[in-house]
Design a binder for this molecule. Structure first.
Ligand code: NAP
Ligand code: ZN
Ligand code: ZN
Length: 351
């Protein structure tokens, strides 16, 4: 075991603050990683504040991890000390169920072990995430990372990137199609970049008129200010696919009405409370309303390789970990362009 430091919260109404804890020494198939950057996902905030009603405290979030390998177990073949490495939302799964065998570990029938708020099978208690100095992960769940890209901007690919890449690929969104992305936050801005890169006519729906110009810069063909009913109505029955990344309560039926017959709306945003759906919006045009959860390890590697090849990273505001509570408040106000990425060297200064 060795001692790590990080930023954790002790309860749903408590701010995050400095926290010391232990990690296992790397076993035969484990990789020890010194964390360089960790992205700040809205899920971190939902979890830290127990908005999904399953948080175990202390809670140390962070699942958009980029770092450098410092140690490897005797049987590790995929990386070596000195390599860059990434860790996303999962650190383990059963590996034998149908989903795991298909490379869909996120849908593991036994439930995957999340990077934080999971079960630490070696030391007991919850797993602790990436707002910390180091992490130890089985090599199966460690991703290869190119050194060609800006690492602060690569970190958010491990969740925001794969969560938008995977449904766009699964529903085969591309050239000749009209795709909508709802919400220009961490997930949304990556959705825009991928939909554009895949060749779809890409439309951004935003509640923030001030983001329209950025949307265009990020690759959007049209921007709709969703608060304006006239702008929404102009797109009725016209979309092949819509990806909804909104983190809070909103009327999803307004977007279902914009789908063509047989079109699909995929919900990746995970609001705290159930939302009503206008069933007539579905049945009259045989529309589909679906969900999607992150992506498997193989697809995450494919996405990272695609990003390296096409020079795609997240647009980040780099912060020291001491600013995390302020960052959460700004994220709630949609005031982030478009992902916070924590520089973990800031942590060593307080340790
Ligand atoms: P984020 O950076 O806060 O972005 C969410 C965006 O949604 C905001 O920037 C805002 O965009 C819009 N928005 C927020 N509240 C709204 C409301 N009440 N009504 C209308 N629009 C609203 O969050 P994120 O990190 O991208 O995460 C988004 C959601 O996805 C979270 O719920 C998160 O937990 C979930 N998530 C799911 C998965 C998965 O596997 N399915 C993975 C990661 C995250 P505009 O200003 O442009 O309107
Ligand atoms: Zn996330
Ligand atoms: Zn499984």
């Amino acid at each position: 075991m060795f001692v790590c430091t990080g930023f954790a919260t002790q309860g749903s109404n408590e701010p995050l603050g400095p926290f010391s804890f232990k990690r296992r020494d790397p076993g035969a198939t484990d990789v020890q990683i010194e964390i360089l950057y960790c992205g700040v996902c809205h899920s971190d905030l939902h979890q830290a504040r127990n908005e999904w009603h399953n948080t175990v405290y202390p809670c140390l979030p962070g699942h958009e991890i980029i770092g450098r390998v410092t140690k490897t177990g005797a049987d590790v073949t995929r990386c070596k000390p000195g390599d860059l490495a990434g860790v996303g939302c999962m650190v383990d799964s059963c590996r034998v169920c149908a989903a795991c065998r298909e490379g869909l570990e996120q849908y593991c029938e036994k439930g995957f072990n999340p990077t934080y708020n999971g079960v630490d099978k070696d030391l007991g208690g919850p797993t602790f995430g990436g707002y910390s100095t180091a992490i130890v992960v089985d090599e199966t769940f460690v991703l290869r990372v190119s050194d060609k890209l800006d690492l602060a901007g690569v970190a958010p690919l491990l969740c925001a990137g794969i969560t938008t890449y995977s449904p766009l690929r699964h529903w085969k969104v591309g050239r000749g199609q009209k795709a909508g992305i709802v919400g220009l936050g961490g997930l949304g801005h990556m959705g825009v970049k991928f939909a554009h890169a895949f060749g779809a006519h890409t439309v951004l729906f935003t509640t923030s008129a001030g983001k329209a110009k950025d949307g265009k810069r990020l690759g959007v063909d049209e921007v709709v200010i969703s608060k304006n009913p006239g702008e929404m109505a102009a797109h009725a029955n016209s979309f092949d696919f819509i990806l909804d990344t909104v983190a809070g309560p909103h009327d999803v039926s307004r977007y279902l009405d914009l789908l063509k017959r047989d079109g699909t709306l995929v919900q990746v945003g995970a609001p705290e409370k159930p939302m009503a759906v206008e069933i007539f919006s579905l049945i009259f045009k045989r529309r589909n309303f679906a969900g999607s959860l992150i992506g498997g390890i193989a697809e995450t590697q494919e996405m990272l390789d695609f990003c390296a090849e096409h020079n795609i990273t997240a647009d980040v505001e780099v912060i020291p970990v001491q600013k995390i509570n302020e960052a959460y408040e700004r994220m709630l106000r949609s005031d982030v362009k478009y992902r916070f990425s924590i520089d973990m060297r800031s942590l060593k200064q307080t340790a």
